[in-house]
Design a protein around this ligand. Sequence first.
Ligand code: GAR
Length: 188
Amino acid sequence: MPIKIALFASGSGSNAENIANYHSKSSVFEFPLIISNKADAYVHERAKKLQIPSFTFPREVFLAGDEIITLLKEYEIDYIVLAGFLLKIPTSLVEAYPNKIINIHPALLPKFGGKGMYGQHVHQAVADAGEIESGITIHYVNGNYDEGNIIFQAKCPVLPTDTPDMIAEKVHALEYEHFPRIISELWG
Ligand code: GAR
């Protein structure tokens, strides 16, 4: 029986698409649904192209936890991958999927993590701090932002002349390279 993974994404969803494409020829994983908290997120367009049903849970409904858990159980979801998902995961969902939810963060945790640290905010903070390197962190999700056990990190150099957009590009390249592979190593 294939392992069923739900992909969660709040915005563009390029990581979600990359993961689904990478594993599309495998019989190990299935991606039966994509969840977003934004009805107008571009990830819904990607979901259509991938022929994966996508659902929107407004913030309050998502944070209440019950409806999302019911949907995930209906689809017999085994694991959850946060691929650019910006809401905190409610405790009830963490408890329903213990050590079965992973997140990708676009920096080297524990630096540049926590509430408000997402997407461009992270890359801006890295540039402002004059860091000489950044990277990605894949970690388990617990009840606090960006604090679960770290599974994998990869680094890229940051030059003094790099803009936040340039850092984002390097970090995205690392995400595309490693995230789908780490999913296989963990659960395949
Ligand atoms: C990714 O860079 C991901 O690491 C980041 O959002 C981006 C989503 O891009 N996640 C966070 O900042 C979580 N704190 P995408 O929608 O194109 O995959």
